[in-house]
Write a new protein. Structure first.
Length: 364
């Protein structure tokens, strides 16, 4: 069956990007972040393609359950942790590693009576002010978790205890906030002799001093640049997703006629248009403005009018003849997602994660 719109996922590019991460941080283990349906790329197929990663990271327990149901045995880190005893029991059944970021989660572990011993990542807030124990809470939290890891609670303990923090401004090269966060973290680690994870994609690519024992690539695995104004190609990365669509109609619009909702674009000349399957119901942002490029037959042409739920219009006046059924690239191998995101006043994360579940995934 022909799919009018599909997300083509290049699994070889995924593996190449993982290899690039390892080249950038050769002494670190890699925790591949595949939350949010692997940034829109498909949770299970991406996990399978990245089976050589040292661990996988998800945000929600449902994502972890999906991976285990698919037969994944790789260590899985639950980045948001658990909030009650029921979730903790499920996490034990799934044999997850837990991120602990507030004292109530430590109490849950202390009360846990199951046989599974959780590997734990204690997350410390060094400046993100989102999740993580405060720096002045770190030592008491560590000592409570260390008591579990040393077996004082019997089989309820944690067999491994590590540390994690998250950088708020690593995607801004030269931002002093990263140095400030590292300065807050460093004294907390003295004498602990544990493994640490600090670096996200941006830090992996720009701050070797953050690599520590574990790195946590997300966007870089999918071939997009975490830095504004750059593309993955300039960083040695390969785009993984190509969002491909199809011309479903062509029409001629007289000079002065408008196109789409709100009549936001009017033809300055008699124009030929292609109507393309794909709109904000699929993940193409409504905020993508007229003039933003798409590729038809490998040639660039501008979007015109507002993106609607299921369709978009493209000015093909200056292109060779376009036919119904011709392929359209909305972003991907030949049109960087960073360029489309910038035109929409957004970031690559939003476009990739926003690809709708109704868009079929096609593995290449």
């Amino acid at each position: 069956m022909m799919r009018l719109l599909r997300a083509r996922i290049d699994t070889a590019a995924l593996r190449a990007n993982l290899a690039q991460v390892r080249r950038q941080a050769p002494l670190a283990k890699v925790m591949a972040v595949i939350k949010a349906n692997a940034y829109g790329h498909g949770l299970v197929p991406v996990a399978m393609a990245l089976h050589e990663a040292d661990a996988l990271a998800v945000a929600r327990i449902e994502e972890a359950a999906t991976l285990r149901s698919a037969g994944m045995t790789t260590p899985i880190v639950l980045l948001e942790g658990v909030i009650n005893a029921g979730q903790l029991a499920e996490a034990a059944q799934l044999q997850l590693e837990l991120v602990v970021h507030e004292p109530g989660q430590i109490a849950l572990l202390e009360e846990f009576r199951g046989p599974y011993r959780f590997p734990v990542w204690l997350k410390v807030d060094t400046g993100m002010n989102r999740l993580g124990v405060r720096t002045d809470e770190f030592r008491p939290a560590w000592e409570r978790l260390a008591a579990l890891s040393q077996g004082s609670r019997g089989s309820r303990g944690a067999p491994m205890l590590r540390v994690m923090t998250h950088l708020s401004c690593a995607d801004e090269r030269g931002n002093e906030a990263t140095d400030e966060q590292l300065a807050r973290l460093s004294p907390l680690l003295q004498g602990l002799h544990t493994e640490v994870s600090v670096a996200n994609s941006a830090a992996i690519l720009s701050r070797p001093d953050t690599h520590a024992q574990w790195v946590r690539p997300g966007l870089a695995l999918y071939g997009a640049a975490p830095f504004p104004g750059e593309t993955g190609a300039t960083l040695g990365l390969r785009p993984v997703m190509s969002l491909l669509s199809t011309v479903i109609a062509t029409r001629t619009v007289p000079r002065g006629e408008s196109v789409g909702y709100g009549a936001t674009w009017r033809a300055a000349r008699a124009s030929r248009l292609a109507i393309v399957a794909g709109g904000y119901g699929d993940g193409l942002l409504r905020s993508v403005p007229s003039g933003s490029p798409v590729l038809i037959g490998g040639r660039s042409a501008p979007l015109v009018g507002r993106v609607s739920m299921d369709m978009s219009a493209v000015d093909i006046t200056d292109l060779p003849p376009v036919q119904v059924g011709d392929q359209v690239e909305l972003w991907g191998r030949n049109l960087p997602v960073e360029q489309v995101a910038a035109a929409a006043g957004s970031i690559p994360y939003e476009l990739l994660c926003g690809v709708s579940q109704r868009v079929p995934i096609e593995l290449a």
